[in-house]
Unconditional design. Structure first.
Length: 277
C-alpha cells in the first residue's frame, strides 16, 4: 500500500479535533513546514501531496535535496486566488495572471477555449500555478475537488478529460483528481477510458464526505480495483483499530493519504498502513 503525506495541517485545515487555528500558529514560516517534512521523510514517507501554496513550495525547496520526495502538487489554491483578488482587485488580478502566463499563451488559450479546445488553457493554468516547484521530483499533478466536483456537477466531463490530457500529454505527468464523490468521478474518468490517472477520495468509518455513501464507495473501490485509488480523511471519526478494519475490507485500495503535525503520529500511522497489506 502506498503512503502519501498531506498538507492540511500546514494550511490550518482539520476535520476532527478543531486544531485549525493551532496549526496556523505552528506553521507561520516555510522553515516550520520544512521541519515537519523532514520528520515525515525520516519516518519513511516518500510521497508528498500538497496544494500549490507559496509557503509550502518554499518549504519543499528548503528540504528537497536532503529529502527528495516524490511530489504531487494540486491546484487551484482557492485562497491564493482570493488573496490576489483582494489585494489587486479582479481586473489587476487577471492582468497579474496574464503576465505570469505570457501574453501569447493567454491569447492562444482564450481563442482555443472559445472553440471548445480547453487542453491548452489547462496547460497555461498548470504552468503558472506550478511556479517554483522542482519539476524533476513531480510525479503527478492534481485537480482539487473544489474544481473537479464543480465540473462534475456541471456535467462537464469534457473539461475533466481536458485536464487529464493537459497533464499527461503537456507535462508527461500522471493526472490526479480529488473528489468528494468517488463513484461519479470514477465513471467520468476510468469508466470513460481515461485509465492512467489517480483518484483521491474520502473514506472513513463515520461516512464523513464519503458521497453518496460508504457502501457505494466501497463497491466502487472493488469495481475499479485495477486503477489507482487513494483514500483520504481516513481517521475522521475513527480510531486506529477501526481504520485497520476499514482498510482490511478493501484490499483493492492502492494507498492512503494522511497528514499530521506530530512525528509520533506519523510513526503510528506509517506502521498501521504498512501493516495493512
Amino acid at each position: 500500500m502506498k503512503i502519501f503525506f498531506g498538507d492540511n495541517q500546514f494550511l490550518g485545515v482539520n476535520h476532527s479535533d478543531g486544531k485549525g487555528s493551532e496549526y496556523l500558529e505552528k506553521y507561520k514560516t516555510a522553515e516550520q513546514i520544512a521541519a515537519t517534512l523532514r520528520d515525515a521523510w525520516d519516518t519513511g514517507i516518500k510521497d508528498f501531496c500538497f496544494t500549490v501554496d507559496k509557503k509550502t513550495i518554499d518549504a519543499i525547496n528548503i528540504v528537497i535535496d536532503e529529502c527528495p520526495f516524490n511530489l504531487h502538487p494540486a491546484l487551484p489554491y482557492a485562497h491564493r486566488v482570493n488573496d490576489l483578488i483582494s489585494e489587486k482587485g479582479l481586473a489587476r488580478a487577471l492582468l497579474h495572471k496574464a503576465k505570469s502566463a505570457g501574453a501569447f499563451n493567454l491569447i492562444a488559450a482564450s481563442i482555443k477555449g472559445l472553440f471548445g479546445f480547453y487542453d491548452h488553457a489547462f496547460r497555461v493554468l498548470i504552468k503558472t500555478e506550478m511556479e517554483g516547484i522542482p519539476m524533476k521530483h513531480v510525479k503527478s499533478i492534481g485537480l482539487l475537488n473544489i474544481a473537479s466536483d464543480f465540473l462534475l456537477g456541471m456535467r462537464r466531463d469534457d473539461l475533466l478529460q481536458s485536464f487529464y490530457r493537459a497533464v499527461s500529454h503537456g507535462f508527461s505527468k500522471k493526472p490526479l483528481f480529488y473528489t468528494m464523490n468517488f463513484p461519479k468521478l470514477a465513471q467520468s474518468t476510468w469508466g470513460a477510458g481515461f485509465d492512467d490517472c489517480t483518484i483521491v477520495f474520502n473514506y472513513n468509518s463515520s461516512g464523513f464526505r464519503t458521497n453518496p455513501n460508504l457502501t457505494e464507495v466501497k463497491n466502487c473501490i472493488k469495481e475499479f480495483k485495477s486503477f489507482e485509488s487513494i483514500a483520504m480523511s481516513i481517521f475522521s471519526g475513527g480510531q486506529a483499530e477501526e481504520v485497520a478494519m476499514l482498510l482490511d475490507e478493501v484490499p483493492e485500495l492502492s494507498g492512503v493519504l494522511f497528514g499530521t503535525s506530530k512525528k509520533s503520529n506519523m510513526k503510528k500511522s506509517f506502521d498501521l498502513f504498512s501493516g495493512v497489506i
